[in-house]
Design a protein around this ligand. Structure first.
Ligand SMILES: Nc1nc2c(ncn2[C@@H]2O[C@H](COP(=O)(O)OP(=O)(O)OP(=O)(O)O)[C@@H](O)[C@H]2O)c(=O)[nH]1
Ligand SMILES: [Mg+2]
Length: 238
């Protein structure tokens, strides 16, 4: 194991409308900071981070392509979707439009990314919502499923509506705040765990899946594949 700095590399993309906080989520992940006035992304930006999945004793390198939400960059950003294993599909909980547009982003991503793509829907800027009003709204929701909040002027997408959309589309889901850091690392980790599970089930293939790479230390021969990782994981996991 000596010399291994990571066991897997996963290609991630971050997508969604302009100004929903995609770059802010990436900066929070990689630098643990928040910029009040970041520049809009022109095309794509890149960031990477090593994360540990303790229960698997594995180190995963996340290679993240943060794409521009502005329509004029759409054809450029699309080309970065190719082969992605993970996707953060971001909307802003205070912008209903950004939530409605998530469907279009998802369709685009599914067309170009790996067919086994793991996608997590991320409702960002939850720090702008009043938690007390949220709790009140949530209890009312058991009776009436409303699309948006009339009581909380900032929140325009309820937790329940987003959860339902995620369930229907087979997405993971979390609400986050790049500003406070709430659930930012967790969003990436949850998606990485899901990809690892898919690897163990044999869904990703080391040669066929450009968005997933397995470390090949010099001491082992080049036949090491995701299949062997799968069998090693299953033999050691009981
Ligand atoms: N309150 C709050 N503001 C946020 C949060 N995340 C981002 N912002 C702010 O939202 C604005 C847009 O953030 P960006 O990270 O540039 O958004 P983006 O999705 O990368 O935008 P594009 O690159 O243009 O597609 C900035 O003013 C951020 O400071 C958050 O969690 N809470
Ligand atoms: Mg950006």
């Amino acid at each position: 194991m000596a010399g291994i700095s990571w066991h897997y590399v996963f290609k991630f993309i971050i997508t969604g409308d302009a100004a929903v906080g995609k770059s802010s989520l990436l900066i929070r992940l990689t630098d643990q900071r928040f910029l009040a006035n970041p520049d809009p992304t022109l095309g794509v930006e890149f960031g990477s981070k090593l994360i540990t999945i303790p229960e698997e004793n594995k180190v995963v390198k996340l290679q993240c392509w943060d794409t521009a939400g502005t329509e004029s960059f759409r054809s450029i950003t699309r080309s970065y979707y190719r082969g992605a294993a993970g996707c953060l599909l971001v909307y802003d909980v205070t912008s209903r439009k950004s939530f409605l547009n998530a469907r279009t982003w998802l369709a685009d991503v599914r067309q170009h990314a790996d067919p086994h793509l793991t996608c997590i829907l991320v409702g960002n800027k939850v720090d702008l919502c009043d938690p007390e009003q949220d709790a009140e709204q949530s209890s009312e929701h058991t009776r009436t499923v409303s699309a948006s909040s009339s009581k909380n002027p900032k929140r325009q997408v309820s937790l329940e509506e987003a959860e339902l959309f995620a369930k229907e589309e087979g997405l993971l889901f979390v609400e986050s705040s790049a500003k406070s850091g709430l659930n930012v690392d967790q969003a990436f980790e949850q998606a990485a765990r899901d990809i690892l599970e898919k690897i163990h089930r044999g869904a990703f293939d080391d040669d066929q899946s450009p968005g997933v790479k397995l470390s090949k230390p010099a001491t082992q021969n080049n036949s090491l594949s995701l299949d062997s990782a799968k069998s090693r994981a299953s033999c050691c996991s009981s």
